[in-house]
Write a protein that binds this ligand. Structure first.
Ligand SMILES: Nc1ncnc2c1ncn2[C@@H]1O[C@H](COP(=O)(O)OP(=O)(O)OP(=O)(O)O)[C@@H](O)[C@H]1O
Ligand SMILES: [Mg+2]
Length: 355
């Protein structure tokens, strides 16, 4: 197999444009925790890693989905090749095909030279499709072809390109709800869901909190040149009783902030920085129900916004499609924290001012 660095140099010499990064590799890759829930995940990781099976990692935000994807790559036979990560939600709709599959020179305005897509950069290695639920339907079709036939075409190209890339996808969305709402293809779901791994939220593995606390304090104290020797028992108690809706990422941020302001050798936390406990009156089944309802509402609104290229009102707007008042839709977009700009296409943006 060719050395990926060498092929990268060669492609640069040939004047082929490459995306800025192949592997960020910036993340600290250690997976900390000894809870049964995490151990079960790690055992799945070591079983699936040596195979070439497609993996779908699901779980709430900040639970470690990308960390697990990297661990699978590291433990696989592809570990000496590239791990290419693509956040499907962060790439504008109009550019996602070119981002994934590349484009030929002159295939669209602004395509000044041939550019390789992420699949070609990942050749022989692994591609991580983060937030795969955000892929537009036409790209879902192309991805299905990659998974079934191991081939794709560059945008504006006529030649099929064979690919040998392992796909790991992740989502924090309920893909079943997206399938029901018509925004995600069920055939693609089954192709991705060959080997599902569900990341447990931190509140279901509280045993991991003390080791994570220790690990992150050590990491940030080192980085900041501080000497922290102990954690107050009150602080540990507070950390363990938190709901952590943002999971490990949130825990990590609170620890970093606390280490920055810590002036003694004893680590403590400002209680106001901790996520609030849910109200005792909010019984679990009730909150489960309303969470599911909100998720479905969000799916439907996002589907309508997608169809209307991000336009809220007017005859082709999402409010009309949904049959609700513009003001109702706008307040739902705010309360459900939907980013309508995500659905804007270039053509849509030009006429956005009109309605
Ligand atoms: N078990 C763990 N041990 C150490 N660090 C962890 C662990 N799990 C997660 N992290 C850290 O928490 C942060 C969030 O993890 P990651 O990005 O993998 O989560 P994610 O599920 O992909 O989140 P999102 O849905 O927001 O993309 C990262 O900085 C990661 O290194
Ligand atoms: Mg992620």
């Amino acid at each position: 197999m060719a050395d990926p660095k060498q092929s990268e140099e060669r492609l640069k010499d040939e004047g082929v444009a490459l995306p800025e990064e192949i592997d960020k590799g910036s993340m600290c890759d250690e997976i900390v925790g000894s809870s049964g829930a995490l151990q079960r995940v790690l055992s799945l990781v070591s079983k699936v890693a040596p195979t070439d099976a497609t993996v779908l990692v699901t779980g709430e935000t900040g639970t470690g989905k990308e960390l697990v994807a990297r661990a699978i790559h590291r433990q696989s036979r592809r570990s000496s090749r590239a791990f290419v990560s693509v956040n499907c939600a962060a790439v504008p709709r109009d550019l996602i095909a070119s981002e994934l599959f590349g484009h030929e020179k002159g295939s669209f305005t602004g395509a000044m030279q041939r550019r390789l897509g992420r699949f070609e950069l990942a050749e022989g290695g692994t591609i991580f499709l983060d937030e795969v639920g955000e892929l537009p339907v036409e790209i879902q079709v192309a991805l299905l072809r990659v998974l079934q036939e191991h081939e794709f075409e560059r945008v504006g190209g006529t030649r099929s390109i064979q690919t040998n890339v392992r796909v790991i996808a992740a989502t924090n969305r309920n893909l079943q709800a997206a399938i029901a709402a018509g925004t995600f293809r069920s055939d693609l779901f089954y192709r991705l869901n060959v080997f599902p791994i569900e990341m447990p939220p931190l509140r279901e593995r509280r045993e991991d909190i003390s080791s994570l606390l220790e690990y992150f304090i050590d990491r940030y104290a080192r980085k900041l040149g501080k000497n922290i020797r102990s954690v107050s028992s009150r602080t540990l108690e507070l950390f363990q009783s938190c709901p952590w809706p943002g999971n490990i990422r949130e825990l990590q941020n609170v620890i970093e902030r606390s280490v920055i302001v810590c002036e003694t050798e004893n680590f403590s936390v400002d209680e106001t920085w901790l996520p609030r406990q849910p109200l005792a009156s909010e019984c679990k089944s009730q909150s489960d129900f309303s969470q599911k309802l909100a998720a479905q509402e969000k799916e439907m609104i996002e589907a309508a916004l997608r169809e209307s290229a991000g336009r809220v009102f007017g005859p082709c707007g999402a409010a009309t499609k949904l049959g609700i008042a513009r003001s109702t839709l706008e307040s739902k977009i705010r309360s459900l924290k939907i980013s309508k700009n995500r659905f804007k296409t270039c053509a849509g943006m030009l006429s956005a001012d009109l309605g």
